[in-house]
Design a binder for this molecule. Structure first.
Ligand SMILES: Cc1cc2nc3c(=O)[nH]c(=O)nc-3n(C[C@H](O)[C@H](O)[C@H](O)COP(=O)(O)OP(=O)(O)OC[C@H]3O[C@@H](n4cnc5c(N)ncnc54)[C@H](O)[C@@H]3O)c2cc1C
Length: 608
């Protein structure tokens, strides 16, 4: 490291949100030029009917292809900008040629693998016109090598397909990635990828052995050729940033023949003092690594809330019962709550399928219980348990919105053993849990969408005192453009990006941003280079230069990474409770500092 060269394209940050109608940007001549250019840059045929889709050729097929894997329906509404055309490469050389031709024609890319991006960034660009979509869904080959404990998986495959192909060859191998079977390998792993095996084996990105990537020059590189800096960056640095990943070589992990799963449901009446949930928060990240015990908060139509404690144990029922009896008797787990399964059956259950479903359901996205919805999601990480009074307010807020959903998952185990700088994913030792908030709806209705978005922002704001701070951390795979977006002003972008960059990656953002060697052309992987500007040393040293005045500083607090010592109000973690009062009306965050102080004593009391 050490080369202060700049940056790759953080194109996901390059979306500027407006809700104006933009007509499709396709032009037949542009597409023809692109096709001609592709012919010049690949020897492998690409049948036009199967690989090119544009509104001019056939609008209904174009729409169908565009919507095929787009998971968040908010981003396929009429008002959203559409790619000029869609190209589905059928050979890796087509991806290389696409990058070369985009460079030549000055076209911006969006790259899509599984289409599950929370903010639709794999198929929508609100800033770049024209843009095209390179859809990798035809590149989905999976080669599992049990002897070698590894698998090569192309980006267009889903994690469900990967799990299926592993189980086809072995009952004793698995892979630690996410739960929903339709999530794409390409975007998922490059953003980290957490699932029920994370306490035992870490993230999907922690189990990558090699990768194939097309860089901004259109060169195909493996790990040795890309170098360790880029290989580091793609394992958690977020999709759409460092090139087009064609395939991952994954390390398979051992799983036992028998796993045990359970769900224990509690109503608020059964835990009026939140004793069970408080205990869960204190111990879930410290339990044996074989046990993953999450909590799902479910709001019913009548505004009642239930808490589902869902466990997965890498072992038999008897051993699990002993662990639970010793460490968490308050939950009241019984033998009857438990079911013994194989690893692939646990995959089915976690993906929402009945446990006795044919495994082939993992291959068919249309059968997934995770239906496409209009949704908005957000995330948090906590380093301390949320105190009972905080939990009670959280419950109250949750039941206000019946499209709300929320879950908490424990970290610890292997997650805490991997150093923070090992990959860009920095939420390691000290992180006790991750929180996911969402509102989901199956209908498009502007009024209720606004209401739901307002609700989730209020919920997020409410949680401020109880979660990580300075910076408040977020998971890049749960992309959240509320944290900030780019504009066309590259310099301002860098300054702004320091805030959300640190939220996603802590100090690893500096390495992603400044020290990763840059390709010869900085732009055109995906779309723009508004975020890729090399800043001079003096630029990067302007600490907190965006703290312009007191009011601005207060607004910046949730995102602040580097505090300007010359700022006119004190640094949040240095504020004493008596200094807070005059500011609380305008700053939720400062209020949070006060609550935080209070929280510690409450926790201390509670633990006694
Ligand atoms: C229903 C649902 C369930 C989920 N469950 C989990 C879970 O259990 N655990 C978890 O960690 N996450 C989970 N996620 C989040 C998920 O991991 C991310 O949204 C991930 O980015 C999706 O990858 P994708 O390929 O499907 O998405 P896409 O929308 O195709 O891509 C996401 C981003 O990556 C970029 N990208 C895609 N392919 C490539 C490529 N080949 N090379 C470079 N960049 C690329 C895109 O341009 C975009 O910026 C879930 C999301 C949804 C919607």
């Amino acid at each position: 490291m050490g080369k202060s060269k700049a940056l790759y394209t953080f194109s996901f940050l390059a979306v500027y949100f407006s809700f104006c109608t933009i007509t499709p940007t396709s032009s037949t001549s542009l597409q023809d030029d692109f096709i001609n250019c592709l012919h010049e840059n690949t020897n492998v045929d690409f049948p036009l009917l199967e690989t090119f889709f544009s509104p001019e050729r056939n609008v209904s097929i174009y729409k169908e292809v565009l919507q095929s894997t787009a998971h968040n329906l908010r981003y396929v509404t009429e008002s959203m900008p559409k790619p000029g055309f869609i190209f589905k490469p059928v050979h890796e050389s087509h991806v290389q040629a696409s990058v070369i031709c985009s460079n030549q024609l000055g076209l911006h890319h969006r790259v899509r693998s599984g289409g599950h991006d929370y903010e639709g960034l794999s198929f929508v660009s609100l800033m770049e016109t024209p843009f095209i979509l390179i859809d990798l869904s035809k590149l989905r080959q999976i080669n599992v090598d049990i002897e070698d404990n590894s698998a090569w998986v192309q980006s267009g495959a889903t994690i469900g397909e990967l799990y299926y192909r592993i189980a086809e060859k072995s009952k004793l191998h698995g892979f630690p990635a996410g739960l929903c079977s339709t999530v794409g390998i390409g975007g998922h792993i490059t953003g980290g990828g957490d699932g029920t095996l994370l306490r035992k084996y870490g993230l999907a990105a922690d189990n990558v052995l090699d990768a194939k990537i097309v860089n901004a020059d259109g060169k195909l590189l493996n790990r040795a050729a890309m170098g360790e800096d880029l290989f580091w960056a793609i394992r958690g640095g977020g999709g759409g940033s460092f090139g087009v990943i064609l395939a991952w070589k994954l390390k398979l992990v051992p799983v036992p023949e028998t796993l045990t799963m359970f769900t224990v449901t509690k109503t608020l009446e059964q835990d009026p003092e939140t004793k069970i949930l408080s205990k869960w928060q204190r111990i879930a990240d410290k339990l044996v690594d074989d046990l993953f015990l999450r909590v799902m908060f479910r709001v019913a139509g009548d505004k009642t809330l239930t808490l589902e404690y869902k466990g997965q144990f890498l072992g038999e029922k008897g051993t699990l019962m002993e662990v639970m009896k010793k460490y968490f008797p308050e939950l009241g787990l019984t033998q009857e709550d438990c079911i013994e399964v194989t690893w692939i059956e646990s995959v089915l259950a976690n993906a929402g399928f009945p446990i006795d479903s044919p495994l082939e359901v993992l291959l068919n996205p249309k059968l997934s219980p995770y239906v496409k919805v209009y949704f908005k999601g957000k995330s948090d990480f906590a380093t301390e348990p949320i105190p009972p009074f905080g939990l009670k307010g959280m419950f109250k807020k949750l039941v206000e919105e019946n499209t709300s959903s929320m879950f908490m998952i424990p970290y610890g185990g292997m997650m805490a053993k991997i150093p923070e700088s090992e990959t860009p994913f920095a939420h390691r030792k000290g992180t006790i849990l991750k929180i996911h908030y969402a509102t989901n709806s199956t209908s498009e209705d502007g009024i209720s969408l606004n209401k739901r978005t307002k609700w989730i922002r209020e919920m997020y704001s409410y949680m401020t005192p109880y979660v990580s701070s300075n910076p408040r951390l977020a998971y890049v795979n749960y992309r959240d453009l509320d944290l900030g977006t780019n504009t066309k002003d590259s310099k301002a972008n860098f300054i702004k990006a320091q805030t959300w960059g640190a939220q996603y990656f802590k100090n690893n953002f500096n390495r992603l941003e400044v020290e990763i060697p840059t390709p010869r052309h900085e732009n055109n992987i995906q779309n723009i280079n508004y975020f890729t500007k090399v800043l001079s040393a003096s630029d990067t040293n302007k600490k907190g230069s965006f703290v312009l005045n007191k009011r601005h500083a207060i607004e910046c607090l949730p995102l602040l990474v580097q505090w300007d010592e010359s700022a006119t109000i004190p640094r949040p973690d240095k504020v004493s409770p008596w200094e807070i009062e005059p500011l609380t009306h305008s700053s939720n965050i400062l209020k949070s500092v006060f609550l935080k102080n209070k929280r510690q004593s409450e926790i201390d009391d509670f633990g006694k």
